[in-house]
Design a binder for this molecule. Structure first.
Ligand code: FBP
Length: 552
């Protein structure tokens, strides 16, 4: 493999660990707290998680420890979308295992949870880990979105784990994958198996967080990558002064990425889906809001600007949300009929008989390309693939129409020329920032400590993340503690609660306090590229979101 200079330099980077994990294993003490409960719905969850409900929080500290140092075999799975730092979680587990006993082994299940179900694996050796230390991507073992849900899939997972004589399975994933980890842990216990299941919090979307999980890994690097790109676009736009850039940003349902990028770069407008939903704003209201800023800036001869759009936006606009809900139901209920209809015209005729008149009117009025994108296959968890809906183009088209009408009436005299962008995949496999490299390695090492303590049904956790790495607090949080019951795709299910942007939260409040100024003035900030080597204030800063949330 040809290597860049940065890649070679990153191989040599030694991730910083919490002080409690830098000592000899015999000095890692695992302290267990009081029995816990679930986020809500405790009675129902107690019956679903008979064996794993109520486990205590685990905190690691320096003291006299009792970790299992016999040879262990552990299986690891990367699940869902890529997030920078995944390879370092694997490296952290590997180094922990080898520190415990050089005979211990790590197996990587290939292509996500399906690798466990179908027993597709590779042995993770020291030379393989060394090729991937501090690098982005999930290409070491691949990832996938298969959900372990049928009785056969659970049984096959246990079978594979037994074939390899595993002590544990580590699932590196987002909220859905960690919900799956909790179910798998419970299933193994129910079947009398001692194989432990440990999760780790991954997702660039930043929506797997709560009181105990301060942030998911990958968010830090992804937002810094997008902020660099958007800062560059802002500078270009402020130089040429002729384009409005409409930039859709990944993040699925939650707008954390868009909000953090806004705090870092100060765009003219940043839409926050959660706010639109609370205020029940229609698509027309959103267009009015954008046009008002464009008109005001045009009055100052500023016919340029930058607008950030979270990718999940359409799912939060009430009329679009209803339309998507109806489409999901119809496409699930008439799945077999629907796949047999090939032309878009025939699909429209079919839907005209099934959709409510209001939803059908919206479906026919939005541009055809967008309607087609709304009909694309759902992911295995039943979600609309929002990354494939071109919301930037939808908004540009509607803004163009409105401004043309305003021009006719004489209420707008500017020049409007727009460029659409989508930033998502650019950030998911970037070289992890120092923060993500350190955090992930610590999460992996902590996963090993949880396994060597014989714990199961936990998510590896590192807290106090705005302090320097040596002061981070490592441990494990019972997965069931983060769960509640929610209606998902028509059925009540136990799930880990997804964290959306809170309008009462400090990050949103900081943004809301400045956005009116940003809308009219040119207040752009150009953050530049992630720095890996240099002074800590340049290289090791956590996100603004994390700092503001921790300042509460
Ligand atoms: P996860 O929730 O699995 O971490 O996925 C994050 C994400 O990048 C979303 O932001 C995006 O909507 C989705 O994955 C795209 O999925 P795909 O990789 O299947 O196109």
């Amino acid at each position: 493999m040809d290597l860049s200079y940065l890649q070679k330099a990153r191989y040599a980077y030694k991730p910083k660990l919490p002080a409690s994990l830098t000592v000899a294993l015999s000095e890692i003490k695992v302290e267990l707290g009081e029995a816990t409960s679930s986020l809500s719905d405790a009675e129902e969850l107690k019956t679903i998680f008979k064996h794993s409900f109520g486990k205590p929080i685990a905190v690691f500290s320096k003291g006299s420890g009792n970790l299992n140092t016999k040879p262990l075999t552990v299986g690891v799975i990367l699940s869902g979308g890529q997030a920078p730092g995944g390879h370092n979680v694997v490296a952290g587990i590997f180094d922990g295992l080898k520190k415990g006993n050089p005979e211990s082994r790590l197996i990587g299940f290939k292509g996500g949870p399906s690798g466990l179900i179908e027993n597709k694996f590779i042995e993770i050796t020291a030379s393989l880990v060394d090729e991937y230390r501090n690098t982005g991507g999930f290409d070491m073992i691949g990832s996938g979105r298969t959900k372990i849900e049928t009785p056969e899939q659970f049984a096959a997972s246990l079978e594979t784990a037994k074939v390899h004589n595993l002590s544990a399975v580590v699932i590196i994933g987002g909220d859905d994958s960690n919900t799956n980890a909790a179910m798998l842990a419970e299933y193994f216990l129910e079947k009398g198996s001692p194989i432990s299941v440990i999760g780790t919090p991954k997702t660039i979307d930043g929506d797997l967080k709560n009181e105990y999980i301060e942030t998911s890994f990958g968010f830090d690097t992804a937002v810094k990558t997008y902020s660099e790109l958007i800062g560059n676009i802002m500078r270009d736009s402020n130089s040429a002064k002729k384009y409005w850039h409409f930039i859709k940003l990944m993040g699925r349902a939650a707008s954390h990425i868009a909000l953090e990028v806004a705090l870092q770069t100060h765009p003219n407008i940043c839409l926050i889906s959660e706010e639109l939903e609370v205020k029940k704003l229609s698509l027309a209201n959103v267009i009015d809001q954008i046009c008002s800023a464009i008109v005001k800036r045009a009055q100052n001869k500023n016919n340029f600007g930058v607008i950030l759009i979270p990718e999940g936006l359409v799912e939060f606009i009430p009329e679009m949300k209803n339309l998507i809900r109806e489409l999901n139901d119809i496409m699930a209920a008439f799945k077999d009929d629907f796949v047999r209809i090939h032309s878009f015209e025939d699909q429209c005729d079919f839907l005209a008989k099934k959709l409510s008149p209001e939803s059908m009117a919206i479906f026919s009025n939005i541009p055809e390309e967008i309607s087609k994108q709304l009909l694309l296959d759902r992911d295995p968890h039943g979600n609309v693939q929002v990354s494939r809906i071109e919301t930037d183009k939808l908004l540009i088209g509607m803004v163009e129409k409105k401004l043309a009408a305003m021009k006719k009436q004489g209420s707008y005299t500017g020049i409007f020329s727009a460029v659409g962008h989508f930033f998502g995949y650019e950030g998911r496999s970037a070289f992890p920032s120092n923060f993500d490299a350190d955090y992930c390695y610590g999460l992996g090492f902590s996963a090993f400590v949880l396994i060597a303590s014989g714990l199961t049904g936990y998510i590896s956790s590192i807290r106090n993340l705005t302090a320097s790495a040596s002061e981070w607090i490592a441990g494990g949080i019972p997965l069931v503690m983060m769960m509640n019951l929610e209606k998902r795709h028509g059925k009540i299910k136990p799930v880990i609660k997804k964290a959306l942007v809170e309008l009462e939260g400090e990050p949103f409040k900081a943004f809301a306090a400045q956005r009116e100024k940003w809308a009219v003035e040119t207040s752009f900030v150009y953050p530049g590229a992630i720095q890996y080597f240099g002074p800590p204030e340049v290289c090791d800063q956590p996100t603004i979101t994390l700092k503001l949330e921790k300042s509460r």
